[in-house]
Design a protein around this ligand. Structure first.
Ligand code: MRU
Length: 366
């Protein structure tokens, strides 16, 4: 019999707080190495988000909150009003680390809005407590997504997913993977089809790593194979994550999600988004209001081990191995890393409050 406890032994937490120290899995090193790194100050938290040591909407929210907690820990002046000002300023700086995922600003605002500002000591205590609350409740929410979403999965279903909206993109259990893990726990034997997800390969590097850790059957396909897979009836259901959801139900998610949804419509394959409420941004009325991050052209123009080599290259002050170039030197590249899927293409959104029609997501604003 499979149990959540068993799953915990296979799948470590992505962000953890142990003896008041913050640790994250270094996702740049996966799938080769599973290594935890300690974040010692808020500047390191920002860098970890910028440089992809941590990525994924809920995970960067948790690391953003960790950054503010670390900033509070290292504040030793006595004036409580100055302290609050400092935290607000630092929070703004952290939010700038990546623009698209709603969870980052949500987590920072949650800490700032719930400060007990009666004294410097109480401010520190409340930041720690609320940071711990985020870690705990976000996992509980993902488990609820699993409970609701699992009902959509029949025995031996082939489930296609894009990017990594897994445990690594969260604190634990993930969003798009939550229904998959729950179905697996119920012995439904899900088979997971993973888009590799150019250019950073979150699918093949991270989602496949998670499936392998747990022991769920999977196969990786290149992103452009999805039309073929659908036309050959090799996909039963699609479940993806989200980085920001607008009030009208439009969804920003990893680049490539929108064409996936269009193809799913043509082939009449159910297309679900799994996300927690902290991913919904009620201030964005439609997907047009969502800022889409553009990243370095090098992510496209160089071999994907570019990320590891970038750090090596920095140390050696040598240029990166020319063999790693996969386009003519001097090529231009455009690298938007998210796209917008209109609400009308989404079968429904699986949230911690139930499975909700995308255009009714506005009703969760309470
Ligand atoms: O650029 P990333 O890896 O931080 O992108 C975020 C994602 O992992 C995806 O868009 C994912 O599908 C949603 S995150 C729960």
């Amino acid at each position: 019999m499979k149990s959540l406890k068993q799953l915990k032994t296979k799948l470590p937490e992505t962000v953890k707080l142990e003896k008041n120290k913050v640790y994250i899995i270094d996702q740049v090193l996966l799938p080769d190495k599973l290594k935890f790194i300690e974040l010692k100050n808020y500047q390191q938290a920002i860098l970890a988000i910028k440089e992809f040591n941590v990525r994924g909407a809920q995970a960067i929210g948790a690391v953003g909150a960790a950054g503010l907690y670390l900033a509070s820990k290292k504040y030793f002046k006595k004036d409580k009003n100055e302290f609050v000002k400092y935290l607000k300023k630092t929070g703004k700086e952290i939010i700038k680390a990546r623009p698209t995922a709603s969870n980052l600003s949500w987590a920072i605002n949650y800490l700032i809005d719930n400060l007990d500002n009666s004294s410097v000591l109480n401010i520190k205590k409340s930041i720690l407590k609320n940071y711990q609350d985020i870690l705990k409740t976000e996992v509980e929410n993902n488990l609820k997504i699993g409970k609701f979403g699992e009902k959509l999965i029949k025995k031996n279903y082939k489930i296609l997913t894009h990017c990594n909206a897994g445990s690594l993109s969260a604190i634990w259990f993930g969003t798009a993977t939550a229904p998959i893990y729950s179905a697996w726990l119920k012995n439904k034997k899900p088979f997971v089809l993973i888009d590799e997800t150019r250019p950073w390969l979150q699918g093949s590097r991270l989602t496949a790593w998670e499936m392998k850790q747990v022991g769920i059957d999977y196969q990786i396909n290149i992103d452009s194979a999805v039309g073929y897979l659908m036309s050959k009836k090799l996909v039963d259901i699609i479940i993806v994550g989200a980085d920001r959801i607008a009030k009208n139900g439009d969804v920003a998610n990893k680049i490539g999600t929108y064409p996936l949804a269009l193809m799913a419509k043509e082939h009449k394959i159910p297309f679900y988004v799994a996300a927690v409420k902290s991913t919904i941004d009620f201030k964005c009325l439609t997907g047009d209001d969502i800022k889409i991050e553009e990243r370095a052209p090098e992510e496209i123009l160089k071999h994907t081990s570019y990320w590891e080599n970038k750090n090596l290259a920095k140390k050696k002050t040598k240029s990166i191995d020319p063999l790693l170039e996969i386009a003519p030197k001097g090529s231009q590249a455009f690298n938007p890393v998210f796209d917008i899927t209109p609400a009308k293409l989404i079968s429904a959104i699986i949230t911690e409050e139930g499975i909700i029609e995308a255009k009714k997501i506005r009703n969760l604003n309470n």
